[in-house]
Structures are given as C-alpha cells and as structure tokens.
Design a protein around this ligand. Structure first.
Ligand code: UD1
Ligand code: CA
Length: 486
C-alpha cells in the first residue's frame, strides 16, 4: 500500500459539540494534552495530509473555539453549524463551507476535534484503502469488548459493511457487535453530498446522523467498506477529565517511546512528560521526574534531571541541568545548571557557564565559563567570560520604579554577598571584597570593597541577656577560656 501518496481533497473536523462532562468554562476541544489542545492535535494530523482544503465545524462556545483555530492554523476554514443537530449536519455544513470556494471533488476525510491520538499515518492508510478499493464510503473501525454507546458496524454474510447503527437505535443482536464506528471516515465528495440530502432526523436522538450516509450510499449502488485498526486509543475521544488524563498518558507513552527509539536515554518513562513539540537529539539522558514543554530543544550529550521542568528552553550539547525550572532560557554547551535553579526568560548561559545551587536568573547573559555557583539572584545582568560571582550575591535591578542593567567584565572575582545596584558597570579583571555594596562603576583591574568596620562589645550578653542560654554559654566559655575573647 502506497500510503504516502494519499492526499485528500478536503479534511472536515467536527468540533461543534458541547462537551458538558468536562464541567469546564474552557471548551472541551481546547483542553490540552502533550502540549497541544485536543483540537490542535486533530488539526495537526489533518494538516500533515496536505489536504487542498480544511474545515473545522464549530458551534458551542463558537468565538473562543474559532479564535483558537485561527491562532493555530490560519488557513483552516471555520464553519458554523446551525440549529440542526447531529454529526451529519455538521459534515453537511462543513462541506458546504468548503464548496463555497469551488465544489469539492475526490476524497473527503472526516475526523473529530476531541480525538487527539489519531495519527496522520492512520489517515493515510484509510485514504489509500478507500481509494484503492474505489469506495464511496470507508469507515475507520476498531474492536472493543464493551462497546457501550458506540455506533455498531453491521456487516452482511459476505462480510461487507452495510450499515452503521447507533446504540440507541440498535436491536439486541446489533448491540452484541463489538466492531465499532470510530467516527472517522473517508468519503467520495459527490456521493457524500448526494447522500446527505437524504439523511433525516428520524431516529432516537432526533439528529442528522453522518452514520446514515453509509447505508444510503450503499442503497444507491456505491461501494462501502471499513478499515479496522488495532490500537483503539487512536480513535478514543475524551468526554471527561478522567479520559483526558488517560489519553494524555497514552500520548506521552508514544512520545517518550519515539524519543527512546531516536537514541535518547529515558530512565523512567512513567515520570517523564514531553510535549509533542519538543526536540531531543540522540545520546541525551533524561533522569526521572522531568517535564519538557513547548519549543524546548535538547542537543546531544546533555543530561536533564532529575526533577526538572523546561519550557521553551534550549539546552546545548553536553550541558547538565539538575533539579531546575526554566522558562525561555538558553543553556550553552557543557554549561551546568542547579541543583535547584530557576531560569527565567532571557537567561543565556554561555559555553561551560554555571548557574548553581539555589540561584535565580532573569534576562541575563553569562559569558563563556562565567560562574554564579551559589545562592544568588541575577536580574538584568551581563557577566563577562571567566568571571566568578561569590555566594549569596544579588543583582539589585529594580529601584521600585524601573529596571536597570548591571554589566560585569571578563575574569572578575566578585566576593561573597555582593550587592550590585543597577545601573552599574564593573570592568575587566576586577576583584571585590565580601559584602561589597557596588553602587559606583568599578574600573578594570581595581579592587572594590565597602567599608563596614566591625566593633565587639565585651560582656554585652551577660549584662543584657542574663539567665539566657547564650549568657550561660558565654559564662561557661569564660571559665574554660578565661580572658577570652579580648
Ligand atoms: C458518534 C457516532 C457513533 C460513533 C461515535 C464515535 C453519529 C451519529 N454517531 O457518536 O457512531 O461510534 O461518534 O465517537 O455520528 N458534533 C458536531 N455537531 C453535532 C454533533 C456532534 O460537530 O451536532 C461533533 C462533536 O463535537 C464530536 C463529534 O461530532 O467531536 C462526535 O459527537 P458525539 O456526540 O461525541 O458522537 P456520538 O453522537 O455520541
Ligand atoms: Ca451524542
């Protein structure tokens, strides 16, 4: 089967339903798994087929859904379903919407906006099967032990598909059928248009059923068939949040497995969550408890985790990111991050740079080999190559009104507990003393320190805190080390 050449004329995605069981203000099809809404997954799968035209049928929370579609796929034609209910009506208005820019001919694929695991490859196989068999209607099916409310696939003695019967309209005998209608179809456009004219609302739900098109087409002498698939998860929809989580887990399993087959080591697939949009090179190691989101990209040899969340973050080759949380950062080649680091948008770590334990950085660049190893806040700073920022340093970037930058030169040695009051510039090769409060620019090669002289007042504790534990300890020290401290 040459599935790769299967390009449909049109894809129609149904997304007009209410989805009340989500119990959500958010339209059902906008609930997300794997970094995309269910509708975005459906649109992406349809788009992968390179159809000439694509329509999404909307009605419930129409404006929100339409805006969501336009943001993801501006080429998709948004079609409003009217007050006539049912999947048949939805397809009918979808087709009419596309016909408005020239009558559709050839193969039309119908999918649902709430079936997020359906893959383009499966649709290609459906189209190829449909076209090679010269069918007018081909329905994608699967077998389910307890088919519940699914439509049943009715076959004749010869095994040919003759009808799809909704559970609510089915006989006892038909209810026992375990082959179910996924709701995904390939149609010949002309036959679909013609058969839809004959679909009525004369059924248990008073809806126009798309499922009726199959029997109508057959009664007109057209070929109808079914393609059964093994993996029922591909055609499973989410009606509530329990099913959404199940589908999210299945999708994640698929994504994680694909990355492992691509050469990434993933120690614990069960606690590793990766969006469909994430890119991972081979020989990346992912430790347990990692979430990778959005446009995150990880290059070869990098190690991520444990317990790390990266969103829209680039990690270059050989970098190590341990127990970190990052949004919109770039982590350079062989750089190290964490344990326990927070990288915010605009953070760029150069090659072999380090943002260490309990450090936060925002809109800051660390040059090659620059290090902020411990307990620091780096906001709106540029730190030159080879510089070292002592433990507990703060880049005070905010005066309560506006934010300013601090620029630190190359190969500096900034002492512990430094406070850099922006805007301020420190030259190359500068040293600073511990606790320096840097308010004024420091020229290259200088030592900067703040005069903060220390005074000791002898006997103060026993005089002012008599009877307390500190006072007792001081008295004991006086006895064993008389004369100390002086
Ligand atoms: C439908 C099929 C059933 C199949 C099942 C698979 C019909 C009559 N029945 O069942 O055979 O086993 O899907 O899940 O087609 N929608 C609209 N407009 C409408 C009604 C629905 O756009 O007026 C959309 C929904 O948003 C949803 C999809 O169509 O994405 C299916 O609707 P749903 O009500 O879940 O399907 P059923 O009628 O239960
Ligand atoms: Ca229904």
């Amino acid at each position: 089967m040459n599935a790769s050449s299967a390009v449909p004329s049109a894809v129609i995605i149904l997304a007009a339903g209410a989805g009340t069981r989500m119990k959500s203000e958010l339209p059902k099809v906008m609930h997300a798994i794997g970094g995309r809404s269910m509708l975005e997954h459906a649109i992406a799968a349809g788009r992968e087929l390179n159809p000439e035209r694509m329509a999404v049928v909307v009605r419930h929370q129409r404006d929100k859904v339409a805006e969501h579609i336009a943001a993801f796929d501006p080429q998709a034609v948004i079609v409003d379903q009217d007050e006539i209910p049912g999947t048949g009506r939805a397809v009918e208005v979808g087709l009419q919407g596309l016909d408005a820019s020239g009558e559709v001919t050839g193969t039309v694929v119908v999918t649902y906006g709430d079936v997020p695991l359906l893959q383009a490859q499966t649709l290609r196989e459906l189209i190829a099967f449909h076209e090679e068999d010269s069918n007018a209607v081909t329905v994608l099916t699967t077998h389910i032990d307890n088919p519940g409310s699914y439509g049943r696939i009715v076959r004749n003695q010869a095994g040919e598909v003759v009808a799809i019967v909704e559970a609510k309209d089915a006989t006892e005998e038909q209810l026992a059928i375990t082959e179910i209608n996924s709701g995904i179809y390939a149609f010949d456009a002309r036959v679909l248009r013609e058969a839809l004219l004959e679909v009525t609302t004369d059924n248990a739900q008073g809806e126009k059923y798309i499922t009726d098109v199959l029997a109508i087409a057959r009664s007109k002498g057209y070929r109808t068939s079914a393609l059964a698939i093994e993996d029922r998860w591909e055609v499973e929809g989410a009606n509530d949040r329990v099913q959404l989580a199940q589908l999210g887990r299945k999708l994640n399993d698929r994504i994680v497995e694909a990355h492992m087959r691509n050469g990434a080591t993933i120690i614990d697939p069960a606690t590793t969550w990766i969006d469909v949009t994430v890119e991972i090179s081979n020989d990346v190691t992912i430790l347990p408890g990692v979430q990778l989101h959005g446009t995150t990209r990880i290059e070869t040899g990098a190690t991520i985790g444990p317990d790390t969340t990266l969103t829209d973050t680039e990690v270059h080759a050989g970098a190590t990111v341990t127990r970190a949380h990052s949004l919109g950062a770039i982590i350079g080649e062989d750089a190290t991050v964490g344990p326990f680091a927070y990288l915010r948008p605009g953070t760029v770590l150069g090659t072999k740079a380090k943002l260490g334990t309990f450090c936060e950085a925002k809109n800051s660049q660390l040059g090659e080999g620059a290090k902020v190893p411990h307990l620091s806040y780096v906001g709106d700073a540029t730190i030159g190559e080879g510089s070292n920022i002592g433990a507990g340093s703060i880049f005070a970037n905010y005066n309560g009104v506006e934010k300013s930058r601090t620029v630190i030169g190359k190969h500096t040695r900034m002492g512990s507990g430094g406070i850099f009051v922006a805007p301020v510039t420190v030259g190359d090769g500068v040293y600073s003393g511990a606790g320096a409060l840097i308010r004024k620019d420091v020229p290259s090669g200088a030592l900067a320190f703040s005069e903060t002289s220390q005074r000791n007042i002898d006997g103060w504790v026993q005089k002012n805190r008599a009877g307390t534990e500190p006072a007792q300890a001081a008295a004991a020290a006086e006895e064993t080390q008389p004369g100390q401290p002086e």
